[in-house]
Write a protein that binds this ligand. Structure first.
Ligand SMILES: [Zn+2]
Ligand SMILES: [Zn+2]
Length: 181
């Protein structure tokens, strides 16, 4: 039952007690000797007083229950606050770890990428003509098996002494063979 209900009931009972007390007082003053009626009124007065007392007790209990409820709520609020604090701390820790992981990932990716670029440069170097260092290897000198691009080998062929520009081995026009990479 709610506090309002108890309060209303107590007020009503107190009114009744007052009314009955007034009636008793009046009857005594009037000198009315009907003791039976007076006894009835006294009994009712006692009943009402008892009921009032019980209501007061219930009211007190309700009050103390509310008090306990308030204490429980305070304890829960403190607990909730601690939980929030812990959650925030865990959240911060996760954020720091994620930042570290992201940094590590970036560095790892960076070094992997750098390594791949390096390999790419090396492979490109293998495919490029070693004389002009520009065009792709297109022919082989079938004497020393050095690989060159067409313009570089043509230039060498135009000379009187046809020598491989890499190892200086002499070769003839028939030694030039196309290759297909
Ligand atoms: Zn070349
Ligand atoms: Zn050669």
């Amino acid at each position: 039952m709610s506090l309002e209900f108890y309060n209303l009931k107590v007020i009503r009972l107190e009114d009744q007690v007052r009314n009955l007390a007034e009636q008793v007082g009046k009857l005594v003053d009037d000198g009315w000797q009907n003791s039976l009626c007076l006894d009835n009124i006294r009994k009712r007065l006692l009943d009402v007083e008892r009921e009032s007392e019980q209501l007061r007790k219930s009211l007190d209990e309700t009050h103390s229950n509310n008090e306990m409820g308030r204490k429980d709520i305070s304890a829960l609020q403190i607990e909730l606050e601690e939980e929030r604090f812990n959650n925030n701390r865990v959240g911060e820790e996760i954020e720091v770890k994620m930042r570290k992981a992201a940094g590590l990932k970036a560095r790892t990716q960076g070094s992997v990428l750098e390594k791949l670029h390096q390999e790419l440069r090396e492979y490109k170097g293998i495919l490029k003509c070693g004389i002009c260092d520009d065009r792709q290897k297109e022919v082989v000198i079938a004497k020393c098996y050095h690989l060159l691009c067409n313009p570089c080998v043509k230039r060498t062929l135009e000379n009187r002494h046809r020598k491989c520009p890499v190892c200086s081995m002499s070769f003839g026009p028939n030694d030039i063979k196309s290759i297909y990479i």
